[in-house]
Ligand binder design. Structure first.
Ligand SMILES: CC(C)(COP(=O)(O)OP(=O)(O)OC[C@H]1O[C@@H](n2cnc3c(N)ncnc32)[C@H](O)[C@@H]1OP(=O)(O)O)[C@@H](O)C(=O)NCCC(=O)NCCS
Length: 179
């Protein structure tokens, strides 16, 4: 278990497969996610749990509320390079009634602490759809800095949109949050 302030992170539990599948098939949740625009079957979900172990170049965790242990979403980093010491983060709070309570921000800070202090990474990147104000505002508030755009990289609802890229360097994280 990795402890934050409002949340804690645990390894993925296959017993929660149907919960996450329902979230990822919810249009409000997947609206700005890369996954979910094609319905996700039980078989897809089973394969996800088989392939997303915490052994390779990614680490994936469940997000739980500290107060009552409720499972509310997922967070992970992928493309971990131990040579360049970088990775890319992704987050999804599937439980919509828990949006706007600071759980996403705390999960990101907790995951960054793990990435920098435990894995020894140097930079972590995050990307969001250009229209996803809630995510972009939150990422900037946490300390991510805009670094560019993947132009017209995503096709949704009949049009191409940009993905905004942001990153944070370990020294910036430590200046703000300490060790
Ligand atoms: C995006 C997401 C991770 C945010 O998590 P969260 O727990 O709601 O975020 P927090 O409560 O920590 O912070 C939300 C902040 O976003 C900002 N925000 C909220 N709604 C906003 C809006 N409509 N426009 C602009 N900013 C907004 C506010 O600054 C808010 O903080 P504040 O209320 O303390 O001022 C969550 O909504 C989510 O998982 N959505 C579905 C999946 C998804 O889109 N994932 C991200 C893909 S890039």
């Amino acid at each position: 278990m990795i402890k934050g302030e409002k949340i804690f992170l645990t390894e993925l539990d296959p017993a929660n497969a149907e919960t996450i599948r329902a979230w990822l098939n919810d249009p409000e949740v997947y609206k700005y996610l890369m996954v979910g625009h094609t319905p996700i079957s039980k078989e897809d979900e089973r394969r996800y749990y088989e392939s997303h172990t915490n052994q390779g170049d990614e680490r994936n965790f469940e997000i739980h509320v500290a107060d009552d242990g409720r499972y509310i979403g997922n967070i992970g980093i992928k493309g971990i390079s131990l040579v360049h010491r970088r990775a890319e983060m992704g987050i999804s709070i599937g439980s919509k009634q828990d949006w706007g309570k600071g759980y996403g921000s705390d999960a990101i800070v907790t995951m960054l602490r793990y990435a920098f202090d435990t894995l020894g990474l140097h930079t972590v990147k995050i990307r969001a759809h250009e229209d996803h104000a809630r995510a972009l505002e939150m990422y900037r508030r946490v300390g991510f800095v805009d670094v560019g755009r993947d132009r017209e990289a995503v096709f949704q609802e009949g049009r191409f949109s940009d993905y905004v890229a942001l990153d944070i360097v370990d020294r910036e994280f430590r200046e703000r949050y300490g060790r």
